[in-house]
Design a protein around this ligand. Sequence first.
Ligand SMILES: NC(=O)c1ccc[n+]([C@@H]2O[C@H](COP(=O)([O-])OP(=O)(O)OC[C@H]3O[C@@H](n4cnc5c(N)ncnc54)[C@H](OP(=O)(O)O)[C@@H]3O)[C@@H](O)[C@H]2O)c1
Ligand SMILES: [Zn+2]
Ligand SMILES: [Zn+2]
Length: 334
Amino acid sequence: MQIQAIAAHEQGAMLRPYTFETESLGSFGCVIKVLACGICHSDLHVIDNDWGTNRYPMVPGHEVIGEVTELGPEVRHLKIGDRVGVGWQASSCMECRYCLRGDENLCDENKGLITDSYGGFADYLQVDARFAFRIPDGIKTEHAGPLLCGGITVYSGLRNAGMTSGQNIGIIGVGGLGHMAVQFASKLGNRVTVYTTSPDKAEFAAKLGAHEALVVPREGALPQPQRPLDIILNTAPASLNWPDYLAHLDADGTLAFVGVPAEPLNIPIWALLGKRRRIMASPIGGRPSINEMLDVSDRYGIEPIVETFSFDQVNEALQKVRDNTVRYRAVLVR
Ligand SMILES: NC(=O)c1ccc[n+]([C@@H]2O[C@H](COP(=O)([O-])OP(=O)(O)OC[C@H]3O[C@@H](n4cnc5c(N)ncnc54)[C@H](OP(=O)(O)O)[C@@H]3O)[C@@H](O)[C@H]2O)c1
Ligand SMILES: [Zn+2]
Ligand SMILES: [Zn+2]
């Protein structure tokens, strides 16, 4: 079939229309009529070739919500008309030890929707149905998209960093990912401290469930949280003074990265050693974790705050993400 998409035709370019033909559907394929698509900062990283993916025309959009219009013969878990979501991952080998234990995101052969295929800034999306997830009825279409990349990334990142309940959790950056991280951490019974560069977000943070909001100045000392933190999740795509943040972690605390700074981390061993602290990083989440996150979001009322745009306004929306003026996730809707 022919798909009408919106693509970056070269590095860093404004998006323009792009039409392409899909390959045959395959046994596990599905076609989705796109209803909405969130804009993640990773779309910008890939448009800008920050990660050396260097593949143009590139169709962004990996927080896709749509309605199933076609299914391959082997697909059992979906039916025509289902409302589904697709996130960053387009496929994996389904056979390796990571895939077999539900860590498909760690598979050596994992493929990204926008890096190895074409994303959701389009009228239709063709994808492996094993990476399309049914959306619970309680979650609205425009709220569901951001959960599929941003939501799963922070949920899985926090869980793998050891988040349970009754802990002190710090979140750096209250953007698309960060504002969902605050909700997951607080609604699951933790005390949340946010670090933000935006004073208006510090004022709003309590409404997201934060117990404490620290405004990080451009220059000068980092403000101190009231309590030592068990986990700090960094969602900012920025190179910050990491030893200052590590000093806010309790003994055995973990600094977890989901945001992708451009520079290598510069951390003296003494920032970790004296208090047995750890650093980790986490990519998206596996399929069981995505289904769990959707269920948790539905049951605990975790809901992205979205600013909606028509698909024609895509360049305006992308610029707002670049300028950090979206509150809190931009979503293209039909
Ligand atoms: N690991 C994964 O699998 C995965 C998945 C999705 C996204 N990501 C990455 O996560 C990062 C965030 O994505 P997003 O969609 O949430 O982006 P976003 O909506 O643009 O939010 C990023 C937030 O980081 C803060 N920030 C930005 N620049 C900063 C700076 N120079 N210093 C301090 N804070 C800064 C801002 O929050 P304040 O205004 O509160 O300061 C901003 O709102 C990106 O690097 C993205 O590629 C990773
Ligand atoms: Zn993303
Ligand atoms: Zn695999």
